[in-house]
Structures are given as structure tokens and as C-alpha cells.
Design a binder for this molecule. Structure first.
Ligand code: MRU
Length: 362
């Protein structure tokens, strides 16, 4: 994706084999900063501290984190250090299953009887391949999902109005995005679209990141408060809801950013198609029921305070917005039952959100 004429991904490497670069998403949209990860601990901190976020990017960062653990390891103790790094990385965030998928994929290849040098080479190769594969999966999600937008436009001859929640764009996914991939492709193919961007309290990934991405790509969009979605649906202002997922069970229950469930309920009540876009790395084939998934409870400072830019000084600050001492609760994700999901858009095509539907593709 391009930012002011330069092509970026949200994670990449340059010449130095000891440095992995990411866009530090904590500063967007106020400041574009690149963060250098030089160790497994840097990768862990980037995931846990939300410098990187979004299910596919969390997985890719964990993969490179494992490579960095091997790269920096003590030649006498390298295998133990890589195993400990895997455990540590797995604990960085609990909900997005892509993290576990990536770490397990790489750890399958860690053979302690081999040499440290060959392991470093192998983990680098696997991290790069995993990242490239996620990009290809997202590109294909776009190619399958764009058919939904095209169909609505051909039927109505009007701009297609799409509501999205959180940030499921290229920042979250290395490139293209999940929910935003069909949107970018439709825009690039010349279909008129208008995106309703949920602000996505409390961290405002929609207002800060999705609006930033869409703006840089020239996609027409309007930011709305989270509570406006149902109202716009009732007014007939939404043709399609497109969201991402952090983990989807093999029966099609979808865990995504807090607030997704309420959008699905409102969409159902208003007979608006509600689609979830996800690569297969987001499917947890071990689980059947979304309520089995651990929901991350985050620091309440995300509720009690809000960050914004001071227009005069152009510096960002944190503002308290609650009475001092008021308790708050901050669950990061919720479960949308499969019955509320019209379909899943995956790299292999679109299927019903059900065990049979997922089995028909995977
Ligand atoms: O807490 P975040 O910002 O990592 O949550 C991200 C989401 O909920 C996205 O919708 C999700 O990862 C899906 S697609 C990238």
C-alpha cells in the first residue's frame, strides 16, 4: 500500500539481518514512525504494547520474533532459548489465533539436534514465507469479496455503502487487509463506494487507522461513532457490513473487536448482509463454540483516557474523560454467533458460517 507515494507493508526487513521493521501504529494518524525490532523481546513488546496489532500482523511479528530469538541466541544454549521465546511470544496476546498458528508452524521445524546456523536460516526463510503467504491470502480475499460489492452496484446502480468496524486493513494484515481488501479492489476497479467507519472505542482503531488508510488510498469514507451504525441501517444507508476476525471457530462463530456483535444484531434486524473476511490462519479448527475463546481484558486506561492531537502545538496528549476514580471494564473482543453471519470471505472463496461451509473450502 502506498503512503504519500511510497510503498509500505506493515512489517518488512531490509539489508540488516538483525532488524525487522514495523510501522508503529500507536502514533498514527498523528505521526508516521517506524519501529525497529532487534530481539524477541522487542517483538513481544510490540505485540503486547499494540505497536503492531490486527490478527495477521500479530502472527507475522511473532514469526519474526522467533527468528530474532534464534539470531541473538547464545551458541551454547540456542535451542532452549528459541523454545522459551516461543512460550513468551504465545503469551503476548490471547485472542487472535494467528499468533499461535505462526509460532507452531515455525516451532515444528526447530530441531535441537541440528546446527544453530541452519536453524537461523530456516526460521528466517519460514518467517518471510509465512508473511508472503498472508499477503497472498489477503489479496485473494479481496478478489473473492469484490464480487459482493460489484453485485450490489450492478443491482442498484448507486454507490455501495459499506460499514466496517475496527481496522482490518493493510496495517493489520501486512498488505491489502481482510475486510478492507475487497473495498480497495472495488475502488481500484472503479466501483463507486462509500465506507462508514466505526470509530471503534476504546482504542479508536477505526477513527485512527482505518480512516488513515482509506484517506491515503483515496477511498471515500465517513467516520461515525460506534452507536450510529444501527441508526444508519434503519435509515437504509448501509448496503453491506464487512468486518474482520481475530478467531473464528470451525463452526463459524466469529470473535472480533468489541462491538462487532451489536453490528451483526442490527444488520440482522435490518436484513443487511453481514460478511466476515478472514484468512484460514484465523480459523481455530480445534474449537466449535465462540464462547470457548479467551477474550482479552485490557487496561482500563483505554476507557478512562483518550488520546488526541493539540491542533496548536501539534503534539498528542492523553486526556482523562471519566470522573477520577470511576471504575471501568475493558473487554477487547466479543463473539458474533455464526447464525448472525451471512458468510465468510476467505482466500478460497465465500462460504456459509457453519461447520459444513468451512469444511467445503478447507
Ligand atoms: O485489538 P486489535 O486492534 O488487534 O484488534 C484487531 C481486530 O479486531 C481486527 O478486526 C482483526 O484483527 C481482524 S483483521 C485484521
Amino acid at each position: 500500500m502506498r503512503i504519500d507515494g511510497t510503498h509500505y507493508r506493515s512489517i518488512w526487513m531490509e539489508e540488516d539481518p538483525g532488524v525487522v521493521k514495523v510501522i508503529d501504529q500507536r502514533f498514527l494518524p498523528f505521526e508516521f514512525r517506524i519501529l525497529e525490532l532487534r530481539s524477541m523481546t522487542d517483538a513481544y513488546d510490540a505485540i503486547a504494547g499494540m505497536a503492531v496489532r490486527g490478527a495477521p500482523l500479530i502472527g507475522a511479528t511473532a514469526a519474526f520474533g522467533l527468528y530474532l530469538a534464534a539470531f541473538r541466541s547464545d551458541p551454547q544454549n540456542w535451542c532452549e532459548e528459541v523454545k522459551a521465546a516461543a512460550e513468551k511470544l504465545l503469551s503476548a496476546r490471547p485472542t487472535a489465533v494467528n499468533l499461535r498458528y505462526a509460532v507452531e508452524l515455525l516451532m515444528e521445524k526447530v530441531i535441537c539436534a541440528g546446527s544453530r546456523e541452519s536453524m537461523i536460516k530456516e526460521l528466517l526463510h519460514l518467517s518471510i514465507r509465512f508473511t508472503e503467504d498472508e499477503v497472498i491470502r489477503c489479496k485473494k480475499i479481496g478478489e473473492h469479496g469484490v464480487a459482493l460489492i460489484r453485485e450490489i452496484h450492478e443491482r442498484t446502480s448507486q454507490p455501495v455503502r459499506i460499514l466496517t468496524h475496527c481496522n482490518a486493513g493493510w496495517l493489520a494484515c501486512i498488505d491489502y487487509g481482510t475486510a478492507l481488501a475487497p473495498i480497495y479492489l472495488a475502488h481500484d476497479q472503479g466501483y463507486p463506494i462509500q465506507v462508514w467507519v466505526d470509530e471503534t472505542r476504546p482504542r479508536n482503531q477505526g477513527a485512527r487507522l482505518t480512516a488513515y488508510e482509506l484517506g491515503k488510498h483515496g477511498v471515500p469514507h465517513t467516520v461515525i461513532v460506534d452507536n450510529a451504525g444501527g441508526h444508519l441501517m434503519q435509515l437504509g444507508e448501509v448496503d453491506l457490513v464487512l468486518v474482520g476476525s481475530d478467531r473464528t471457530t470451525r463452526c463459524g462463530d466469529v470473535v472480533n473487536k468489541i462491538g462487532t456483535y451489536l453490528k451483526a444484531l442490527a444488520a440482522k434486524d435490518n436484513k443487511i448482509p453481514f460478511y466476515v473476511a478472514l484468512p484460514s490462519t484465523t480459523i481455530d479448527f480445534e474449537l466449535t463454540d465462540g464462547r470457548q475463546i479467551e477474550i482479552e481484558n485490557r487496561d482500563v486506561v483505554e476507557i478512562t483516557h483518550m488520546e488526541g492531537i493539540n491542533e496548536e502545538t501539534q503534539t498528542s496528549s492523553l486526556f482523562r474523560i471519566l470522573p477520577e476514580g470511576s471504575p471501568a471494564l475493558n473487554p477487547g473482543f466479543d463473539v458474533t454467533p455464526a447464525g448472525l453471519v451471512t458468510g465468510l470471505i476467505t482466500e478460497k472463496g465465500i462460504c456459509e458460517a457453519s461447520e459444513a461451509g468451512i469444511k467445503s473450502l478447507f
